[in-house]
Design a protein around this ligand. Structure first.
Ligand code: NIG
Length: 432
């Protein structure tokens, strides 16, 4: 039974040091190189058997074997919280680098329609999909959506996620986009999970602009971006570059404008058709390109050359009944990979990163080690957080998960089961 301990009173600091002892495998992900990991480097987990970590003031102070830490830590053991990780693995907190968690309502009726053969894009083009969630997000109060999102975050936390990226994009008009971004800001203050916000006004063409999409692009650039920037509400800007949504040229315009406001570009690329969003990602210097289900060799090459991280979303491919992204071809070409739930009410309503790690292995033939890198360190790179989180190293934030398995392969192998034993955020036990 997994319990959330501190939600609701987050912010109360724990001044006791923490000593995690004797992990069967302490998976540190320490590496000499800086920046997103590619090719063989994605498989380097830097495992310490019989591993131990000393944490103070929310920061990792010592990492090593029990034998290495005993001389330094034993004299202070009486003042510390001692955590026995015998027979368990210990990893960095998982990082979900692509979500749409702030939204009103749900769309199980569309799930049923898609099972019966209707396509995701047909549903959107008929005014459902993202547009249906935008109507619901407008209709429901900020408080209602705040509480529903907090419950989703609790579920992420119980599945080992300690940092999350979250997109707006169910407002499609200034005030409603701000409503979503303000909810993220409040949750960031009140929930243990750290939220990194992305402005995604360019998530769909709203009904009022269906005959004039260029007019909506102007509204995003002239009205929304300046205000979002002025309020400091978003670190990234994302665009859904897709047939009958935003063209590559529109995506480029929006992302270049976002850059001039200090926002870092991301892009939903080649999800349903080969939209050449991967090429746009390379051209604008996006930090990451998302989905990439239909990306061709030229797109993969462009991502590799520009150092764009491919954020792959196998749970969405599964739900959309589409072939998954070509992770192996991307890894061979030197594209760094992150993986994510892409939690949203349409194409991927899951909060389970461990499930996504399994899907990365069985659907995309990533190795269990690559999947861990893609869900921790490379995911941190995809949201510009790798200096703080994503590995267990001295000086980093103590975001740590203890799992009820003896080795990391088992974490992926036995799927559909929550293996979380404890979750620590900034040195505070938040699940356990
Ligand atoms: O990444 N494709 C665009 N956005 C999401 C789906 C959002 C929704 O359907 O509500 C995605 O798949």
């Amino acid at each position: 039974m997994v319990n959330i301990i501190v939600c609701g009173m987050w912010g109360i600091s724990m001044d006791k040091p923490v000593w995690i002892q004797n992990a069967a495998q302490l998976i540190t992900l320490k590496h000499e190189s800086k920046g997103p990991r590619t090719k063989e480097a994605m498989s380097v987990l830097s495992i310490i058997e019989g591993g131990s970590v000393w944490i103070e003031n929310g920061v990792i102070q010592m990492v090593g074997t029990m034998q290495q830490l005993i001389p330094y830590c034993t004299p202070r053991a009486a003042e510390a919280i001692v955590v026995d990780a015998t027979g368990k693995i210990v990893t960095p907190g998982l990082i979900d680098s692509h979500t749409h968690i702030v939204h009103g309502g749900s769309r199980e009726y569309e799930f049923e329609q898609r099972i019966q053969g209707k396509s995701y894009m047909d549903i959107l083009n008929e005014g459902g999909g993202i547009l249906a969630t935008a109507r619901k997000t407008r209709e429901l109060s900020e408080e209602h959506i705040y509480n529903a999102t907090a419950q989703r975050l609790d579920s992420f936390l119980k599945h080992g996620v300690t940092t999350i990226e979250s997109k707006s994009g169910y407002g499609l008009e200034l005030e409603m986009e701000l409503k979503q971004l303000h909810i993220m800001q409040r949750l960031n203050d009140n929930h243990p999970i750290e939220i990194v916000p992305t402005f995604m006004g360019a998530h769909a063409i709203p009904e009022r602009y269906k005959d004039n999409p260029e007019g909506y692009v102007d509204e995003i650039i002239d009205v929304m971006l300046p205000r979002v920037a002025e309020e400091g509400l978003a670190k990234f800007c994302d665009v859904f570059c897709e047939e009958s949504v935003f063209t590559p040229a529109q995506a480029e315009r929006i992302l270049e404008a976002a850059k001039s406001y200090g926002m870092i570009p991301k892009i939903h690329a080649d999800e349903m058709v080969l939209s050449h969003g991967a090429i746009v990602a390379a051209k604008v210097g996006a930090i990451s390109a998302e989905h990439l289900l239909k990306t061709d060799d030229a797109g993969i090459q462009a991502l590799a050359e520009a150092g764009v991280i491919a954020c792959l979303l196998p749970a969405a491919a599964l739900c959309l009944q589409e072939p998954p992204a070509r992770a192996r071809a991307m890894i061979d070409a030197g594209v760094p990979i992150a993986i994510s739930t892409e939690c949203n009410p349409g194409s991927s309503p899951t909060t389970s990163m461990p499930l996504v790690m399994n899907l990365a292995c069985v659907m995309m033939r990533m190795s269990p080690a690559e999947a861990i890198c893609a869900a921790t360190y490379n995911a941190a790179c995809a949201i510009g957080m790798e200096e703080k989180v994503g590995s267990i190293e001295v000086g980093k934030q103590a975001d740590i998960v203890i799992w009820n398995v003896r080795n990391y392969q088992k974490l992926h192998y036995i799927f559909g089961v929550n293996h979380v034993n404890e979750v620590w955020k900034k040195g505070v036990r938040v699940v356990g």
